[in-house]
Design a protein around this ligand. Structure first.
Ligand code: GAR
Length: 210
Protein backbone atom coordinates (compact mmCIF):
# COMPACT_ATOMS: atom_id res chain seq x y z
CA UNK A 1 0.00 0.00 0.00
CA UNK A 2 1.22 3.48 -0.68
CA UNK A 3 0.96 6.34 1.73
CA UNK A 4 1.48 9.90 0.73
CA UNK A 5 1.44 12.45 3.47
CA UNK A 6 -1.87 14.27 3.49
CA UNK A 7 -1.64 17.93 2.75
CA UNK A 8 1.69 17.47 0.97
CA UNK A 9 2.21 17.16 -2.75
CA UNK A 10 3.24 13.87 -4.33
CA UNK A 11 6.35 14.77 -6.30
CA UNK A 12 6.11 12.99 -9.63
CA UNK A 13 8.65 12.33 -12.38
CA UNK A 14 7.44 11.48 -15.88
CA UNK A 15 9.83 9.40 -17.98
CA UNK A 16 9.56 9.53 -21.75
CA UNK A 17 11.42 8.38 -24.86
CA UNK A 18 9.54 9.92 -27.78
CA UNK A 19 6.45 11.85 -28.78
CA UNK A 20 5.23 12.53 -25.25
CA UNK A 21 1.49 12.75 -25.84
CA UNK A 22 0.83 11.02 -22.51
CA UNK A 23 3.13 13.53 -20.83
CA UNK A 24 1.13 16.32 -22.45
CA UNK A 25 -2.13 14.80 -21.17
CA UNK A 26 -0.70 14.60 -17.65
CA UNK A 27 0.47 18.22 -17.76
CA UNK A 28 -2.95 19.37 -19.00
CA UNK A 29 -4.58 17.43 -16.21
CA UNK A 30 -2.32 19.11 -13.67
CA UNK A 31 -3.12 22.52 -15.13
CA UNK A 32 -6.84 21.72 -14.93
CA UNK A 33 -6.48 20.45 -11.36
CA UNK A 34 -7.39 16.88 -12.29
CA UNK A 35 -4.20 15.37 -10.91
CA UNK A 36 -5.19 15.19 -7.23
CA UNK A 37 -2.22 15.88 -4.96
CA UNK A 38 0.36 15.08 -7.63
CA UNK A 39 2.86 17.69 -8.72
CA UNK A 40 4.87 17.11 -11.89
CA UNK A 41 8.31 17.92 -10.60
CA UNK A 42 10.52 16.55 -13.34
CA UNK A 43 10.52 15.19 -16.89
CA UNK A 44 13.24 12.67 -17.73
CA UNK A 45 13.96 11.53 -21.27
CA UNK A 46 16.41 8.81 -22.22
CA UNK A 47 16.58 10.29 -25.74
CA UNK A 48 17.90 13.79 -26.31
CA UNK A 49 15.89 14.04 -29.54
CA UNK A 50 12.57 13.06 -27.88
CA UNK A 51 9.81 15.23 -29.30
CA UNK A 52 8.04 15.25 -25.93
CA UNK A 53 10.83 17.31 -24.37
CA UNK A 54 9.13 20.37 -25.88
CA UNK A 55 6.46 20.14 -23.17
CA UNK A 56 9.10 21.07 -20.63
CA UNK A 57 9.19 24.57 -22.06
CA UNK A 58 5.49 24.78 -22.91
CA UNK A 59 4.46 23.90 -19.36
CA UNK A 60 7.48 25.42 -17.66
CA UNK A 61 8.73 22.16 -16.15
CA UNK A 62 12.23 21.06 -15.39
CA UNK A 63 13.57 18.35 -17.71
CA UNK A 64 16.72 16.31 -17.95
CA UNK A 65 18.10 13.90 -20.53
CA UNK A 66 19.68 10.76 -19.15
CA UNK A 67 20.73 8.61 -22.04
CA UNK A 68 21.81 4.98 -21.74
CA UNK A 69 24.44 5.68 -24.42
CA UNK A 70 26.24 8.13 -22.13
CA UNK A 71 27.15 5.34 -19.71
CA UNK A 72 29.24 2.23 -20.14
CA UNK A 73 27.03 -0.01 -18.05
CA UNK A 74 23.30 -0.15 -17.42
CA UNK A 75 24.06 0.07 -13.72
CA UNK A 76 25.83 3.42 -14.13
CA UNK A 77 22.87 4.68 -16.15
CA UNK A 78 20.45 3.62 -13.43
CA UNK A 79 22.63 5.10 -10.67
CA UNK A 80 22.38 8.45 -12.46
CA UNK A 81 18.61 8.02 -12.67
CA UNK A 82 18.42 7.23 -8.95
CA UNK A 83 20.61 10.20 -8.04
CA UNK A 84 18.41 12.52 -10.12
CA UNK A 85 15.20 11.12 -8.63
CA UNK A 86 16.60 11.55 -5.11
CA UNK A 87 17.82 15.09 -5.71
CA UNK A 88 14.32 16.00 -6.84
CA UNK A 89 12.66 14.13 -3.94
CA UNK A 90 10.52 12.09 -6.31
CA UNK A 91 7.73 10.01 -4.76
CA UNK A 92 6.18 8.51 -7.91
CA UNK A 93 7.78 7.54 -11.24
CA UNK A 94 5.47 7.47 -14.26
CA UNK A 95 6.68 5.63 -17.36
CA UNK A 96 4.87 7.32 -20.24
CA UNK A 97 6.23 5.73 -23.40
CA UNK A 98 9.60 5.13 -21.74
CA UNK A 99 11.20 2.47 -23.91
CA UNK A 100 13.99 1.24 -21.66
CA UNK A 101 13.66 -1.83 -19.49
CA UNK A 102 14.62 -1.13 -15.88
CA UNK A 103 16.58 -3.68 -13.86
CA UNK A 104 15.15 -5.75 -11.04
CA UNK A 105 17.36 -3.83 -8.59
CA UNK A 106 15.95 -0.50 -9.76
CA UNK A 107 12.36 -1.73 -9.72
CA UNK A 108 12.76 -3.23 -6.23
CA UNK A 109 14.19 0.04 -4.92
CA UNK A 110 11.00 1.81 -6.01
CA UNK A 111 8.60 -1.03 -5.23
CA UNK A 112 5.01 0.22 -5.63
CA UNK A 113 6.22 3.62 -6.79
CA UNK A 114 6.60 3.09 -10.53
CA UNK A 115 3.64 2.94 -12.88
CA UNK A 116 3.51 2.30 -16.62
CA UNK A 117 1.00 2.73 -19.43
CA UNK A 118 0.74 -0.01 -22.02
CA UNK A 119 -1.36 0.02 -25.22
CA UNK A 120 -3.14 -3.32 -24.78
CA UNK A 121 -5.32 -5.12 -22.29
CA UNK A 122 -2.61 -6.89 -20.32
CA UNK A 123 -1.75 -9.70 -19.86
CA UNK A 124 -2.48 -9.88 -23.60
CA UNK A 125 0.17 -8.50 -25.93
CA UNK A 126 2.99 -7.32 -23.66
CA UNK A 127 6.20 -5.90 -25.11
CA UNK A 128 6.69 -4.02 -28.33
CA UNK A 129 4.09 -3.34 -31.06
CA UNK A 130 1.13 -4.23 -28.87
CA UNK A 131 -1.38 -2.82 -31.35
CA UNK A 132 0.06 -4.86 -34.21
CA UNK A 133 0.04 -7.98 -32.03
CA UNK A 134 -3.66 -7.40 -31.24
CA UNK A 135 -4.59 -6.97 -34.90
CA UNK A 136 -2.56 -10.01 -35.96
CA UNK A 137 -4.25 -12.11 -33.30
CA UNK A 138 -7.68 -10.93 -34.40
CA UNK A 139 -9.08 -9.80 -31.06
CA UNK A 140 -12.34 -7.81 -31.13
CA UNK A 141 -11.58 -5.53 -28.21
CA UNK A 142 -8.40 -3.94 -27.01
CA UNK A 143 -7.47 -0.94 -24.92
CA UNK A 144 -4.86 0.27 -22.49
CA UNK A 145 -3.56 -0.75 -19.09
CA UNK A 146 -2.03 1.31 -16.30
CA UNK A 147 -0.09 -0.97 -13.98
CA UNK A 148 2.54 -0.96 -11.27
CA UNK A 149 5.94 -1.99 -12.54
CA UNK A 150 7.54 -5.16 -11.24
CA UNK A 151 10.64 -7.00 -12.38
CA UNK A 152 8.96 -8.62 -15.38
CA UNK A 153 8.02 -6.63 -18.45
CA UNK A 154 4.39 -5.40 -18.54
CA UNK A 155 3.27 -7.75 -15.79
CA UNK A 156 2.82 -5.79 -12.55
CA UNK A 157 -0.50 -5.37 -10.67
CA UNK A 158 -3.13 -3.66 -12.81
CA UNK A 159 -4.50 -0.32 -11.62
CA UNK A 160 -6.86 0.69 -14.46
CA UNK A 161 -7.88 -0.59 -17.87
CA UNK A 162 -9.91 1.10 -20.59
CA UNK A 163 -11.37 -0.78 -23.55
CA UNK A 164 -12.13 0.02 -27.18
CA UNK A 165 -13.79 -2.03 -29.90
CA UNK A 166 -11.86 -3.13 -32.94
CA UNK A 167 -13.75 -2.68 -36.22
CA UNK A 168 -13.31 -4.70 -39.41
CA UNK A 169 -11.58 -1.80 -41.12
CA UNK A 170 -9.14 -1.21 -38.27
CA UNK A 171 -5.53 -0.41 -39.15
CA UNK A 172 -2.60 -0.29 -36.79
CA UNK A 173 -2.70 3.49 -37.06
CA UNK A 174 -6.42 3.87 -36.33
CA UNK A 175 -6.20 1.38 -33.46
CA UNK A 176 -3.20 3.19 -31.93
CA UNK A 177 -5.12 6.47 -32.16
CA UNK A 178 -8.23 5.05 -30.45
CA UNK A 179 -6.18 3.47 -27.69
CA UNK A 180 -4.16 6.65 -27.21
CA UNK A 181 -7.33 8.65 -26.50
CA UNK A 182 -8.06 6.21 -23.68
CA UNK A 183 -4.47 6.34 -22.44
CA UNK A 184 -4.74 10.10 -22.09
CA UNK A 185 -7.67 9.65 -19.70
CA UNK A 186 -6.44 6.62 -17.79
CA UNK A 187 -2.90 7.71 -16.91
CA UNK A 188 -3.79 11.08 -15.30
CA UNK A 189 -6.64 9.38 -13.47
CA UNK A 190 -4.34 6.70 -12.06
CA UNK A 191 -1.84 9.35 -10.90
CA UNK A 192 -4.62 11.32 -9.25
CA UNK A 193 -5.98 8.26 -7.43
CA UNK A 194 -2.52 7.22 -6.19
CA UNK A 195 -1.83 10.75 -4.93
CA UNK A 196 -5.01 10.61 -2.89
CA UNK A 197 -4.07 7.26 -1.32
CA UNK A 198 -7.03 5.64 -3.04
CA UNK A 199 -5.01 2.83 -4.61
CA UNK A 200 -4.30 -0.19 -2.47
CA UNK A 201 -2.09 -3.05 -3.67
CA UNK A 202 -2.71 -6.49 -2.25
CA UNK A 203 -0.58 -9.10 -4.01
CA UNK A 204 -1.60 -9.04 -7.66
CA UNK A 205 -4.80 -7.21 -6.89
CA UNK A 206 -5.25 -3.47 -6.77
CA UNK A 207 -8.25 -1.98 -5.04
CA UNK A 208 -9.47 1.52 -5.86
CA UNK A 209 -11.21 3.27 -2.99
CA UNK A 210 -13.77 5.68 -4.36
C1 GAR B 1 1.94 4.95 -25.91
O1 GAR B 1 1.01 4.34 -26.76
C2 GAR B 1 2.31 4.00 -24.77
O2 GAR B 1 1.23 3.23 -24.31
C3 GAR B 1 3.36 3.14 -25.41
O3 GAR B 1 4.12 4.04 -26.17
C4 GAR B 1 3.30 5.13 -26.59
C5 GAR B 1 3.96 6.42 -26.19
O4 GAR B 1 3.28 7.51 -26.73
N1 GAR B 1 4.12 2.43 -24.45
C6 GAR B 1 4.55 1.18 -24.62
O5 GAR B 1 4.34 0.54 -25.63
C7 GAR B 1 5.32 0.61 -23.46
N2 GAR B 1 5.42 -0.81 -23.57
P1 GAR B 1 3.54 8.99 -26.22
O6 GAR B 1 5.06 9.19 -26.25
O7 GAR B 1 2.85 9.86 -27.22
O8 GAR B 1 3.00 9.12 -24.82
Amino acid sequence: MMFFIQGEKMNTAVLISGRGSNLQAILYAEREKRLGEAKIQLIISNKKEAEGLKYSEIFNKKSVVISRDSFITKNEFEQKLIQTLRENEIDLIVLAGFMQILSTEFVNLYDGKIINIHPSLLPSFPGLKAQEQALDYGVKVSGCTVHFVNSEVDSGPIILQETIEITEKETEESLSEKILTKEHEALPRAISLISQNKVIISGRNVRIMI
